[in-house]
Ligand binder design. Structure first.
Ligand SMILES: NC(=O)c1ccc[n+]([C@@H]2O[C@H](COP(=O)([O-])OP(=O)(O)OC[C@H]3O[C@@H](n4cnc5c(N)ncnc54)[C@H](O)[C@@H]3O)[C@@H](O)[C@H]2O)c1
Ligand SMILES: [Zn+2]
Ligand SMILES: [Zn+2]
Length: 378
């Protein structure tokens, strides 16, 4: 990872705008690219899919934006007119991934293009930059009030809608207990959202004290440090023996673990005999109550070993997952921010300049300096 000078982006398609980026964040998904877990990155690729800024140039087909507008851009690039966009499955858009063949070969079908997310997802230049080209801007870029601080609305670009969709996928009913693996930015947003959607109690699982403290103090969750307690035993104990009604895996493919299981997955991924380390997912499948739901916002990339599918079958579990259908959630969640129901900026621990970005990646990967979220300010 390095910070380099590159040519400024230009309008290529009449549906583009050029954005001067004012704030951009580093995401847990960036770590999967940084860690080499997602193939199809090329030298010189520009990272970044969580960004906002000021429109400085507008393509001739973009009718709803003007130079000077302040906008937040979703990480999914969607055409707004294909079947999937029409049914609000924006991350499954049929038309925005120029690498459709590679994606089809890997997954059986191509999904939407994503900013800064490898040549499986279109190879689009990302927004951890001073300027970025935003294709299909009319469908994606959301205008926000000029006087609102960037920090309050920046996370509409990904993690707030992602946490919200993860909670919505749990189909929460009054009295429900939701367990959330991972107290990173996505997990914390999922906890907040689960309460907004009516969960009675959220139990959050991680090992970093600063993250568990945020889950407890800022989001109102009960917490479990998985290095100190057995997660399966604790969840049973805290739910009267039946298990949580819904389980959210906000960890994804690079889970950490204790004991033999972690050694197994580490060795198999190093030997390329397995692509992902599904430690949190296995635990969620075992913990979930009969008839419950597993919601997976955490990203998985390929082939997972030793998933207790028999347990999922026997208990009749429902699985919901995927990249977030961003454009469906941005407007209603902006309204919640403007009404004061939530201020997602509480997760920001580090504000940096772009020159410090390469160093920030290293810190973020190792969770040094008690970091929870890095925001780059231009
Ligand atoms: N679905 C989407 O559209 C979408 C969008 C954004 C991010 N994501 C994904 O969500 C996941 C989380 O992102 P983030 O930004 O919060 O990342 P993060 O790296 O900050 O958070 C992951 C957290 O999981 C914890 N963890 C690791 N192993 C664990 C285990 N076995 N049990 C419990 N906790 C464990 C880590 O300590 C860490 O706090 C990533 O996989 C990311 O790619 C998905
Ligand atoms: Zn992200
Ligand atoms: Zn589409």
């Amino acid at each position: 990872m390095s910070v380099e000078n590159v040519p400024d982006p230009k309008i290529i398609d009449p549906g583009d705008v050029i954005l001067r980026v004012t704030s951009t964040a580093i995401c847990g998904s960036d770590l999967h690219l940084y860690g080499g877990f997602v193939p199809a990155m090329k030298k010189g690729d520009i990272m970044g899919h969580e960004f906002m800024g000021e429109v400085v140039e507008v393509g001739r087909d973009v009718k709803n934006l003007r130079s000077g507008d302040k906008v937040v851009v979703p990480f999914t690039i969607s055409c707004g007119s294909c079947h999937h966009c029409n049914v609000e499955e924006f991350s499954l858009c049929d038309n925005t991934n120029p690498d459709a063949e590679a994606c089809e070969a890997a997954y059986g079908a191509a999904t939407a293009g994503l900013f800064g997310f490898s040549h499986l997802y279109g190879g689009y230049a990302g927004g951890q930059a001073e300027y970025v080209r935003v294709p299909y801007a009319e469908v994606g870029a959301l205008k926000v009030p000029r006087d609102i601080e960037d920090d309050k609305v920046l996370f509409l670009s990904d993690i707030f809608p992602t946490g919200y969709m993860a909670a919505e996928n749990c189909k929460i009913k009054p009295g429900d207990v939701v367990a959330v693996w991972g107290c990173g930015p996505v997990g914390l947003m999922a906890i907040k959202s689960a309460y907004m959607l009516g969960a009675e109690r959220v139990i959050a699982i991680d090992r970093f004290p600063e993250r568990l403290a945020m889950a407890k103090d800022q989001c109102g969750a009960d917490v479990i440090n998985y290095e100190e307690l057995s997660v399966l035993e604790e969840l049973k104990k805290r739910t009267g023996g039946k298990g949580p009604d819904a389980c959210i895996d906000a960890v994804g493919m690079e889970a950490h673990g204790t004991g033999l299981q972690y050694a197994y997955d580490k060795t198999k991924t190093v030997l390329m005999l397995e692509t992902d380390r599904p430690i949190a997912l296995r635990e969620a499948m075992m913990a979930c109550r009969k008839g419950g739901t597993i919601s997976v916002p955490g990203v998985y990339g390929g082939l997972l070993d030793k998933l207790p599918f028999g347990a999922a079958f026997a208990k009749g579990l429902t699985f919901r997952m995927g990249q977030t259908h961003m454009q469906k959630y941005m407007k209603p969640l902006l309204a919640k921010i403007l009404e004061g129901e939530i201020d997602p900026s509480f997760i920001i621990t580090h504000r940096i300049k772009i020159d410090e970005a390469a160093d920030a990646y290293e810190k973020w990967q190792k969770k040094k300096d008690a970091c929870v979220k890095f925001v780059i300010k231009n």
